[in-house]
Design a protein around this ligand. Structure first.
Ligand code: SIN
Length: 567
């Protein structure tokens, strides 16, 4: 097959009118503060940057949309993957990560991640994190999907993220913290460099208290993913893609946004709600022996993949979705009864309590599960030091696309990436802080999306851009996005409109790329393509065509794997 093109000129193509807001509609700022480093986001990646800058003499501002612990990190269950003391395991961790990433990982970045893993986890322990110990007193290690060895450390049984968050929060004492502060847009110098951010301080009910500017020599995005593009997700309500969308509007490159990972085992509460954040049933439950079955007790993953229930997540989610369609049901079951009450209580207290609260006892009953949006493998193109395509702008953690996840993230590599990239960036900023640049005062008219369309779009995203993507459904979705796009005066400025505008922009980027990528690879699965196509072994980079008008077109191009990072 010849190399696919990204020609956007077809008049009938609904994508040709895909638009994003030039910037969010908001009143003029009434205050300004100046700092050296502005970190936006307070999960593992952001807090690791802040911790790494402690006693550096640099002024650091930490801005976060909710309370410090409102982001995704504290919900992470499984653990942190890191190569074991066995020297060969770095190579094995690299190999497992590359296999899961289905040809789109950047091998050099993966190698760096694996090589830095042990030191990153030791540094976290030195910062006070307490990991679960095995019988010999050393950290206990488990397996999850796609891992050829048990190399995942965990805390509190299935509460690893909560422990990571707790330990790192004790390290923010040197920074000025602004909680309940919404990132509106990145501010820029005449040469396009980022000079800080405009933020809205929110009151307890989400109303706007004031708008202000934080001027910084380095602006770090650590805002997490875009889970709430979909109506059902494991991510908490604050995860609305604000950092990714602001970066896009500022002219940064977004990479591979179509690769949204769906977690195969999210609790499907009997008769319960199916929208918003839903309870994760950790993959580590399968790591300890639980199996996916249908209502008749037939194994779902047997014979599908050599690793069966521990196949990479994209394989499990796709198999599960196909089986659900075949059976005409909206959930399957995870049978964890063989683990017994003792193991379930000690290893999975969060899962056990969550299921029991909804009337399902995993000790005696199979757990109803279905896939839900979990993790964004794509994001702001960056390297593993956080460096992006824009001077002065850095991105770490889930908001970034560093090449370590490729087309499908290996389980428990995400907390690891946050630790490694966060530490690397702190070192970089200590050594080489960008110069302060004057912000350009250029007038930029603003536009917004009607928040009323958000739930409709999020449902349609699950239906047409979910685990299995059908080309006709994607085209319909593209048309829906185009017809509900941003306009001036469309929505009253405020949190609801800002979030709807950000989610709409990222849905548009995701769907555009999903239409173009006419193959099935990693967590992008199309019903009209059986597998990967070598011609598509490339990233899709998205930028806005211009940011000088209220709404701007999108530009997408292919970039070969290994052709270089964001710089
Ligand atoms: C899980 O516990 O299954 C989630 C871990 C991850 O997403 O890496």
């Amino acid at each position: 097959m010849s190399a696919p093109t990204l020609d956007r000129a077809r008049a009938a193509d609904p994508l040709a009118v895909s638009l994003v807001a030039g910037r969010l509609a908001a009143p003029e700022p009434t205050w300004t503060v100046r700092t050296d480093v502005l970190v936006v986001g307070s999960g593992v990646a952001g807090l690791t940057v802040v911790a790494g800058l402690a006693s550096s003499g640099l002024a650091v501002h930490l801005v976060t949309k909710g309370a410090l612990d409102a982001g995704s990190t504290r919900w992470a269950q499984g653990g942190i993957a890191r190569a074991t003391a066995d020297a060969d395991d770095v190579e094995l961790h690299v190999r497992d990560t590359l296999v899961a990433g289905a040809g789109l990982c950047e091998p050099a970045a993966v190698r760096r991640l694996a090589a830095q893993g042990r030191a990153a986890v030791e540094q976290l322990a030195a910062r006070g994190a307490r990991f679960d110990a095995g019988p010999d007193g050393a950290p206990a290690q488990t397996r999850e999907g796609g891992h050829s060895r048990a190399r995942i450390v965990h805390a509190g049984g299935d509460a690893t993220g909560a422990e990571v968050q707790r330990a790192l929060q004790t390290e923010v004492t040197g920074a000025t913290v602004l909680e309940h502060a919404f990132l509106l847009d990145l501010d820029r110098a005449a040469d396009g460099a980022v000079t800080g951010a405009t933020v809205a301080l929110l009151d307890a009910r989400g109303g706007v208290r004031s708008i202000g500017r934080v001027e910084a020599r380095a602006t770090v995005l650590a805002t997490g993913g875009l889970g709430h593009v979909f109506s059902s997700t494991t991510t908490p309500p604050v995860v609305t893609g604000d950092g990714m969308a602001a970066a896009l509007r500022a002219g940064a490159v977004l990479r591979d946004v179509e690769f949204l990972q769906f977690h195969p085992t999210v609790f499907a509460a009997p008769g319960g709600r199916t929208v918003g954040q839903t309870l994760l049933v950790s993959e580590a439950v399968r790591g300890e022996g639980a199996v996916l079955v249908d209502a008749a007790g037939n194994r779902v993953m047997a014979g599908v993949h050599p690793l069966a229930d521990l196949a990479p997540r994209d394989v499990v989610a796709a198999t599960e979705t196909a089986r659900m369609a075949e059976l005409g049901v909206d959930h399957l079951y995870l049978d964890a009864r063989a683990l017994g009450e003792q193991v379930l209580t000690a290893r999975f207290p969060t899962v056990l309590a969550g299921c029991r609260a909804a009337g399902v006892d995993p000790v005696t009953m199979p757990i109803p599960v279905r896939p839900a949006a979990h993790y964004s493998c794509g994001g702001v193109a960056a390297d593993l030091d956080g460096v992006t395509s824009l001077p002065g702008l850095f991105a770490v953690g889930e908001v970034a696309c560093t090449g370590v996840h490729g087309a499908n993230r290996l389980a428990s590599n995400s907390l690891l990436e946050g630790l490694v990239a966060g530490s690397n960036l702190a070192v970089l900023l200590r050594e080489d802080l960008p110069a302060r640049r004057p912000r350009t005062g250029a007038y930029a008219p603003a536009a917004g999306v009607d928040p009323g369309v958000r739930p409709v779009l999020a449902r349609e995203m699950v239906a047409d851009a979910g685990v299995l993507r059908d080309p006709d459904g994607l085209e319909v979705l593209a048309g829906l996005l185009a017809s509900t796009g941003p306009a001036t005066g469309h929505a009253l400025p405020g949190r609801a409109a800002w979030e709807a505008t950000n989610l709409h922009a990222l849905s548009t980027v995701l769907v555009d790329a999903a239409v173009r990528r006419t193959e099935s690879r990693g967590c992008h699965r199309r019903t009209d393509a059986d597998g990967p196509d070598d011609a598509w072994r490339a990233h899709i980079d998205t930028t806005v065509a211009t940011t000088s008008v209220p709404v701007a077109g999108l530009d997408q191009r292919m970039v070969a794997v290994g052709a270089g990072g964001a710089r």
